[in-house]
Design a protein around this ligand. Structure first.
Ligand SMILES: Cc1ncc(COP(=O)(O)O)c(C=O)c1O
Length: 377
């Protein structure tokens, strides 16, 4: 495999400064109230096997990029679900079911959210129906079934699976636990985001360095907005927020650009499956339109290389298992460092303490193996 030198050529597809930026803690916590965040931490930290995920340092990368620190929050170690999503769906199931045992939970998913919901239902002894599109891999389906959920495959994309989930849930009186919010569907997504904010609560205790920049992967924007709520509540200083998306699914970038929620057309699915979304969730839009400093997009090109570099200790002294959605955090940091203009705009320099989120491990074991072997060539 190529050495770290090869990252000199890595580029962003697009970058955009958010001209409407204005980070106000009170504004953010209006959408996901502080008490929800407190309660999420209280509940989840009392679950069996809870422990904070590691905050690692990509010491070799930070040296190469001439940054003070590059921290990597390793969500591959989140319970045994291998992604930050364990904090969201499973918590929402607990809150929504309110101790009842005779309800059936349902959800549509690109993989990780459904796995979290299925796990959450199993923890509480509830039945669960998970809807997936034709693009969700068999490996991911198998992982969901492991938690006893029934998986229903729907022809077409994520939206089709969501529509089918809504239709059957209404007919059968199943309780939908969806992480995507609309104007009329807010509580479950709020609970989910409150769960995600735990990553920031943990980080606030794991380092005494002030984080200056956070690179956040986005699909519908739930993870990014959840992290931002955590920043608003737990961080003493507000870092710069950079949103990264697949260039084939840049719905956040397009929405920020046009200053309104934009639905885009995905011509070809990105390998970053969990981030391949065509429209932002409503509350994340409200939050990110004010709190993101800039949006960038990356192609699939360097995903496999980044996965291999993480595993083969090219970026740090630790060997890290980071999947296809973990890679873009690092790729976009590198892309920004290779782009003088945007680097200057976000004031990224030798004093910067950067945080990237390793949002998943080998959640799709088969795809992970393929990426690793491709990236090592
Ligand atoms: C591993 C991983 N990272 C990031 C995302 C994007 O999160 P969101 O859709 O909340 O923006 C997802 C979504 O499923 C995911 O599974």
């Amino acid at each position: 495999m190529k050495s770290l030198k090869s990252i000199k050529n890595w580029t962003l597809t697009k970058s955009l400064k958010n001209n409407n930026f204005s980070f106000k803690r009170n504004y953010v916590l209006r959408f996901v109230p502080s008490l929800l965040l407190t309660n999420a931490f209280k509940s989840i930290s009392s679950w069996k096997n809870y422990k904070p995920t590691p905050l690692l340092k990509l010491d070799k990368l930070q040296k190469n990029l001439k940054l003070k620190n590059v921290f990597y929050k390793d969500e591959s170690k989140r319970f045994h679900l291998k992604s930050f999503k364990a904090l969201g769906g499973a918590y929402a199931v607990e809150k929504i079911s309110k101790g009842k045992k005779n309800i059936i939970i349902s959800s549509a998913t690109a993989g990780n959210h459904g796995r979290s919901v299925a796990w959450g239902a199993k923890r509480l002894g509830l039945k669960c129906k998970i809807f997936v599109s034709q693009y969700v891999s068999d490996t991911r389906v198998k992982e969901i079934k492991k938690f006893g959920a029934e998986v229903i495959r729907v022809k077409g994309d994520y939206e089709n699976s969501l529509n089918e989930c809504k239709k059957l849930s209404k007919k059968n009186n199943w309780k939908i636990v969806q992480d995507v919010s609309t104007k009329d569907y807010k509580l479950v997504p709020q609970l989910t985001m409150a769960g995600y904010s735990i990553m920031i609560k943990e980080i606030s205790k794991q380092t005494n360095q002030y984080i200056t920049h956070i690179f956040l992967q986005a699909g519908v924007g739930g993870m990014a907005a959840g992290v931002v709520t955590g920043v608003a509540k737990y961080f003493k200083r507000i870092p710069k927020i950079i949103i990264v998306e697949p260039d084939r699914a840049d719905c956040v970038l397009q929405s920020i650009k046009h200053n309104k929620l934009k639905k885009i057309k995905i011509k070809k699915e990105s390998i970053m499956g969990g981030m391949s979304c065509n429209e932002m969730s409503y509350i994340p839009w409200q939050i990110l339109k004010k709190t993101s400093n800039c949006c960038v997009s990356v192609s699939d090109r360097n995903i496999a290389k980044t996965v291999a570099m993480l595993k083969d200790k090219k970026l740090s002294k630790n060997s890290i298992i980071g999947g296809e959605c973990s890679a873009p955090g690092i790729m976009s940091l590198v892309g920004v460092c290779n782009n003088t203009k945007i680097k200057k705009i976000i004031e990224l320099n030798e004093n910067s303490n950067v945080l990237v989120i390793g949002c998943e491990g080998n959640a799709d074991v088969k795809l992970y193996k393929q990426l690793l072997s491709k990236g090592r060539k």
